[in-house]
Design a protein. Structure first.
Length: 290
């Protein structure tokens, strides 16, 4: 009986899941390190060769589809070999149109299997003032475009802070313009990275996905932000924000790392609903031809 009373008292004193959600971002990926560690063990290998003197990575594009976790691991392995950011801005699509507005930000820390990942509250507040929107933590609930990658950020960059931003397909151009301006200024700090969580072609057979991806590769390789609306990707407006922010900050180098799709990764070439992926690094100058 005494032990039962002690257990009941302990349960009453421990924070409830609701209290966690008020103080931290908590997701289905917050407590289980095994999928991440398994992916890292199976896939880890250097994927970005040493850069020429004076060249550095300032941004990137990475998938949020865990089927392609090997691409994620190799992307972050390469990124870690070249960068030690203090702040990582993580843009992603708002798949489920959640939240109070069409651009969502939050300064809550994130609970991950590898510890708590804090937010860069100063930059979050600066962005909020620029786009004239309040913070909206509830918009991030269940949003995998950010939630899947947060544990990788904590694992590979344990001392970094994050600025998560969700961009809805209906985001207003005036606010996107203000966001681009803030990010272009933030990118002038060499300790700031801007990453876009984005998948490419959806819901087609592999041959169509490959054709769409060739078009996307051409547009991104020359950083033609004006053509991003023509691409088959799941965060067109986020891609435009990324490309224009980098260009304004003086960064114009693009290095494609890997390309694949769900048909190849599952070994099902006749899959009718293929999703495709690139991992891409953006540099402060064009990469030297090999």
């Amino acid at each position: 009986m005494r032990r039962c009373r002690a257990i009941i008292l302990l349960c009453l004193l421990l924070p409830s899941p609701d209290s966690w959600s008020r103080d931290f971002h908590f997701s289905n990926w917050s407590d289980n390190p095994r999928p991440f560690l398994d992916a890292i063990q199976k896939s880890a290998r250097p994927s970005l060769p040493p850069l020429p003197m004076g060249q550095r990575v300032c941004g990137g594009i990475v998938t949020h589809h865990f089927l392609a976790s090997g691409l994620m691991v190799r992307f972050f392995d390469g990124l870690r070999s070249q960068s030690s950011p203090e702040t990582i801005v993580l843009l992603g699509p708002n798949h489920f149109h959640q939240g109070l507005a069409n651009i969502s930000i939050s300064s809550l820390p994130w609970k991950t299997p590898f510890g708590v990942l804090p937010a860069d509250t100063h930059l979050v507040q600066k962005i909020g003032a620029a786009i004239r929107l309040p913070q909206d933590p509830e918009a991030f609930s269940g949003e995998h475009s950010v939630g899947v990658l947060i544990p990788f950020l904590k694992y590979y960059f344990p001392r970094s802070k994050v600025v998560p931003i969700l961009i809805d397909v209906n985001a207003q151009e005036s606010r996107l313009e203000d966001l681009r301006e803030v990010l272009s200024q933030a990118l002038k700090n060499p300790k700031t990275l801007v990453l876009l969580s984005m998948d490419f072609s959806h819901d087609s057979i592999a041959s169509i996905a490959d054709a769409r991806d060739r078009t996307a590769e051409q547009v991104i390789s020359v950083m033609d932000a004006g053509k991003t609306h023509e691409l088959n990707v799941d965060c067109r407006k986020g891609l435009r924000v990324l490309l224009e922010s980098l260009s304004r900050a003086g960064y114009n180098g693009v290095q494609f790392n890997e390309h694949s799709n769900s048909a190849r990764l599952t070994g099902k070439p006749d899959q009718p609903d293929v999703t495709s992926y690139f991992t891409i690094y953006f540099l402060n100058s064009p990469p030297t031809p090999s």
